[in-house]
Write a protein that binds this ligand. Structure first.
Ligand SMILES: NC(=O)c1ccc[n+]([C@@H]2O[C@H](COP(=O)([O-])OP(=O)(O)OC[C@H]3O[C@@H](n4cnc5c(N)ncnc54)[C@H](O)[C@@H]3O)[C@@H](O)[C@H]2O)c1
Length: 369
C-alpha cells in the first residue's frame, strides 16, 4: 500500500486551531499544507507560526490539488457552508463540533460526500484518547459485565463569567446540549454503541443573562434556547443512560460519566479531555480502584480523528470519528429537544457503527501498520 502523506488544509484559524496544527504535524500520515480564514492576517500568522507552505483564501485552498482533507475549524454556524463547499470540490472534510447546526445540512453533507466519493469526519475525537480507550477495553474485556445503565452530567452556570463574547451560547443552536453534549454522547456511543430512542425535558431558567466577563461586562443577553436539558437514552444494546446538561446550576456533586454493568461499575474520565483517571469497582471489590491507562494519547491530541480519517482514505478501511457518528450525535441532541416539546419518546432516524477500538501496539502518532 502507498505510504504517501495525505494533504490537509485548515479553514478557520481561531483559538482551537493551534492544537490541531501542533498535533497534525506529529502524525506521520498528515502533511499540513495550508490554512485560510475570513480574516487573512489570522491565516498568515498561523502559517508562519506552524511552518505551513502557505496561507491563502478559502477558494485557493479548495482548488489546491495537493489538499485531500479540509479541516473545518470555523464557528458552528459556518460548519455546513464550508463543509459543503469542500465536498463539492471533491475534498474529504473533517468538521469541529457540532457537525452542522441543522439535521438537514448534516444529511445533505453525508449524501453529497457519498456521491462524490469523499469522506466526512467530525469532532470530538477525545474518545480516541487514553482515558476513553482504556474504558472501552475494560468494557470489551468484560470487566463490568454487560452494561445496564449510565449517568452523564455536565452542570455549570454558563460561559458568561469567562468567555469574552458569550452571546452565541444562548442563541438557537447553542445551549449546553449542542455545546457540550457532543463530548458526552460521542463517548457514550463509543463505549456502548448507537442510541435507539430518547426522551427528555428542557427548560429556560433565566430568560436573560448578564455578562460578567470583560470586555462586555454588564451586557444583557436574551436566552433563546433551553439551558437545562435532562434526558433518557435507550441504547440499542439495552443500556439506559441518564444525561443532564445545564448552564443553570451553580455547583453540583456528580460524576462526568459512570457506566454500571452486571458485574461492576466504571468511572469514566471527563470526555472533554484525553487522559484519565479511569476507576473501576467490580462486584467483589470493597472500594474503587484506579486502572492504569492501556492506551496512548493522554495529552490533548485534537487532530487524531483527522489522522485516522487519512488512514481510511489511504486504505479504504472505516474511520472512527466518522460523519455517521457525528450525525447520529447531532440527531440525538435534536431528538432530546423534540421529545420535550412534543411530550413523547423520539426515535432518531439515524444510527451508526460503534467505532472500532484503537490499537495499543503501534508507535506514537502511527495508527495503522
Ligand atoms: N475554543 C475551544 O476551546 C474549542 C474547543 C473544542 C471545540 N471548539 C470548536 O472549534 C470551532 C472553532 O472554535 P474557536 O474557539 O477556534 O473559534 P474562533 O472564533 O476562535 O475561530 C473561528 C475562526 O473561523 C473563522 N471563520 C468563521 N467563518 C469562516 C468562514 N466561513 N470561512 C473561513 N473562516 C471562517 C473566523 O474568522 C475565526 O478566525 C467551533 O466549532 C467550536 O465549537 C472550540
Amino acid at each position: 500500500m502507498s505510504k504517501a502523506k495525505v494533504g490537509v488544509g485548515v479553514i478557520g484559524c481561531g483559538n482551537i486551531s493551534d492544537v490541531y496544527f501542533e498535533t497534525g504535524k506529529k502524525f506521520e500520515i498528515l502533511d499540513m499544507i495550508a490554512c485560510a480564514d475570513l480574516m487573512p492576517e489570522r491565516a498568515q500568522d498561523k502559517a508562519k507560526k506552524h511552518g505551513l507552505r502557505k496561507a491563502c483564501t478559502v477558494e485557493e485552498l479548495l482548488a489546491d490539488p495537493q489538499i485531500d482533507i479540509v479541516l473545518n475549524l470555523t464557528v458552528p454556524k459556518a460548519h455546513a457552508q464550508v463543509a459543503l463547499a469542500a465536498v463539492e470540490a471533491k475534498k474529504s472534510v473533517y468538521n469541529e463540533k457540532p457537525l452542522t447546526a441543522q439535521r438537514e445540512d448534516g444529511r445533505r453533507l453525508l449524501e453529497l460526500a457519498h456521491r462524490n466519493k469523499v469522506l466526512v469526519g467530525g469532532a470530538p475525537d477525545t474518545f480516541l484518547g487514553a482515558g476513553l480507550q482504556t474504558c472501552r477495553k475494560l468494557i470489551d474485556d468484560g470487566a463490568i459485565g454487560k452494561p445496564i445503565a449510565a449517568t452523564a452530567f455536565m452542570l455549570g452556570h454558563g460561559p458568561e463569567s469567562w468567555h469574552p463574547a458569550p452571546a452565541f451560547y444562548y442563541e438557537v443552536g447553542g445551549g449546553p446540549m449542542f455545546d457540550m453534549g457532543p463530548y458526552y454522547l460521542t463517548a457514550l456511543i463509543a463505549l456502548m454503541g448507537p442510541i435507539r430512542r430518547v426522551t427528555g425535558s428542557t427548560r429556560i431558567t433565566f430568560p436573560e443573562r448578564t455578562v460578567t466577563s470583560e470586555p462586555l461586562k454588564g451586557m444583557a443577553v436574551k436566552v433563546e434556547t433551553p439551558t437545562h436539558i435532562a434526558g433518557v437514552l435507550d441504547f440499542k444494546c439495552g443500556a439506559i443512560a441518564t444525561i443532564v446538561t445545564s448552564f443553570d446550576v451553580w455547583s453540583a456533586n456528580v460524576p462526568c460519566i459512570d457506566i454500571y454493568g452486571t458485574e461492576g461499575s466504571l468511572s469514566v474520565p471527563d470526555p472533554n479531555g484525553f487522559g484519565g483517571p479511569v476507576r473501576l469497582r467490580r462486584s467483589t471489590d470493597s472500594e474503587w480502584k484506579e486502572v492504569p491507562l492501556s492506551h496512548g494519547y493522554a495529552e490533548n491530541s485534537r487532530c487524531i480523528g483527522t489522522a485516522d480519517m487519512a488512514y481510511a482514505i489511504r486504505s479504504g478501511r472505516d474511520h472512527r470519528a466518522s460523519g455517521e457518528l457525528a450525525y447520529h450525535v447531532l440527531d440525538v441532541m435534536h431528538a432530546l429537544h423534540d421529545a420535550s416539546r412534543e411530550g413523547r419518546h423520539v426515535e432518531p432516524g439515524s444510527t451508526c457503527k460503534q467505532p472500532a477500538p484503537l490499537r495499543a501496539d503501534l508507535p506514537p502518532f502511527v495508527l495503522d501498520d
